[in-house]
Design a protein around this ligand. Structure first.
Ligand code: GLN
Length: 192
């Protein structure tokens, strides 16, 4: 049996992450309550609506226990809204919206592809073998600032879209929509 990992399942696009991780042999738990964090060695924060997910994190009592686990170094993969939830600074968020601050990024919500909302492109990802990664962007966050401790792994027009700091990896796009498991595989290797 592979590692036990959680996918936050309060709102948004969690199921395809669950499917991808299960296909790679992980034991995957839908995380909806603090009890679901028991024994988890890594966590995925999916895309969705970060304002709603932030509110549900508070209501479910999950915000503080997840913050503690992240501070203790638990590997985490945040995609799109998940990137927003892991950033240290939010621009165009709701005033009461909270984030975990696991990655030293300032991100602006819904700022990528303002005219087109969504777009797809092939990314060269640092350290990823097997060629470009097809990336799907949906009302994606725009990184306005990346701190000195942040490693930028992929860019679009010179702009960061995949970043890592410590055990936290964040993508402005939706890797679960490409049928390409390499980023989920990289996440599971962080867990081990
Ligand atoms: N626009 C969304 C937000 O601000 C993120 C979009 C997504 O996750 N696809 O939360």
């Amino acid at each position: 049996m592979g590692p036990k990992v959680g996918v936050l399942a309060l709102q948004g696009a969690s199921q395809l992450h669950v499917d991808a991780l299960a296909e790679l042999g992980a034991h995957v738990v839908d995380v909806r309550t603090p009890e679901h964090l028991a024994g988890i060695e890594g966590l995925v924060l999916p895309g969705g609506e970060s304002t709603t997910i932030s509110r549900l994190l508070e209501l479910s009592g999950l915000f503080d226990p997840i913050a503690e686990r992240l501070a203790a170094g638990m590997p985490v993969l945040g995609t799109c809204a998940g990137m927003i939830l892991l950033a240290s600074e939010l621009l165009d968020g709701r005033p009461d919206q909270r984030s975990f601050g696991a990655v030293d990024l300032a991100v602006r919500r819904n700022a990528f592809g303002r005219q087109v909302d969504s777009f797809e492109t092939d990314l060269a990802v640092a350290g990823l073998s097997g060629g470009d990664f097809h990336a799907v962007f949906i009302r994606a966050p725009y990184v306005e600032r990346a701190g000195a401790g942040v490693e930028v792994l992929a860019t679009v027009d010179g702009h960061p879209v995949l970043c890592r700091q410590g055990a936290a990896t964040v993508a402005a796009f939706h890797p679960e929509l490409s049928g390409d498991l390499r980023l989920h595989d990289a996440f599971l290797r962080e867990v081990h």
